[in-house]
Design a binder for this molecule. Structure first.
Ligand SMILES: O=C(CO)[C@H](O)[C@H](O)COP(=O)(O)O
Length: 230
């Protein structure tokens, strides 16, 4: 029996249409971009010549297993296009990322990319971000003080734990606090405020970083574009 593809698979695979010979490609993290990476592996086997920059140990493992050539971010002067998922995204392409814990590398890679394509299923689209808890990466040295500072400002946060109920550690060995906000009135203001708190390494608010969104909707892929690429 033939199974129909999921929305994630439809969007994830479609994004590989952008990848051409000679490109440096940023590879995001998660279950949607998984399909992008799988398809890229097939294309590389068929002769596509690319180099990829990975955003997490999980993506590195997958890309390596498929024979996709990897380079480190420091060894490239630019990334032509990055494909990554999102936890929520609004009509301005403001997004929450980091559900998979890779927000720091994802934001660095997005920032040095000429174009960022976000691949999502239709459940990720929202008019106002904030329903998904906002991941904030903190240095272990200061996490209790960051929690206190957030609480003092009325922001409820929880320390992310792994399956063993120990603090979840990112690839940089930092911790993650998940902020329950409900809705974010001003994502830019919140981003600036979080950036100013010592101990916070990065947060999952992606503002003015995403150029295009590919949305799997039923069995089709809808493409939403922002006016200008960087
Ligand atoms: O930001 C991320 C990982 O840090 C992911 O892109 C985000 O969590 C979406 O993942 P998925 O495609 O599995 O729904």
């Amino acid at each position: 029996m033939k199974h129909s593809k999921s929305e994630k698979q439809i969007a994830g695979e479609k994004a590989t249409d952008y990848i051409k010979d000679g490109m440096v490609v940023g590879l995001g993290t998660g279950s949607t971009v998984y399909y992008t990476i799988k398809r890229l592996g097939t294309l590389v086997k068929k002769g596509l010549k690319i180099e990829a920059v990975s955003t997490s140990s999980a993506t590195t493992k997958l890309a390596k297993s498929l024979g996709i050539p990897l380079v480190s971010a420091n060894d490239v002067s630019r990334i032509d296009v990055t494909i990554d998922g999102a936890d929520e995204i609004d009509p301005r392409f403001y997004a929450i990322k980091g559900g998979g814990g890779a927000l720091l590398y994802e934001k660095i890679v997005a920032t040095i990319s000429r174009k960022v394509i976000c691949v999502v299923d239709s459940t990720k689209l929202t008019n106002q971000i904030g329903r998904f808890p906002l991941p904030v990466e903190v240095v272990p040295f200061a996490y209790k003080h960051v929690l206190k500072k957030l609480a003092k400002n009325g922001l409820e946060a929880t320390l992310r734990l792994n399956e063993d109920k120990k603090p979840y550690l990112t690839d940089e060995k930092n911790m993650i606090l998940d902020l329950r906000l409900g809705r974010i009135e001003s994502p830019t203001e919140l981003a600036d405020w979080l950036n100013g708190i010592p101990g916070i390494v990065e947060h999952g608010l992606f503002i003015d970083l995403i150029n295009e969104v590919m949305v799997g909707e039923k069995n089709l892929c809808k493409i939403l574009k922002r006016k200008q690429d960087r």
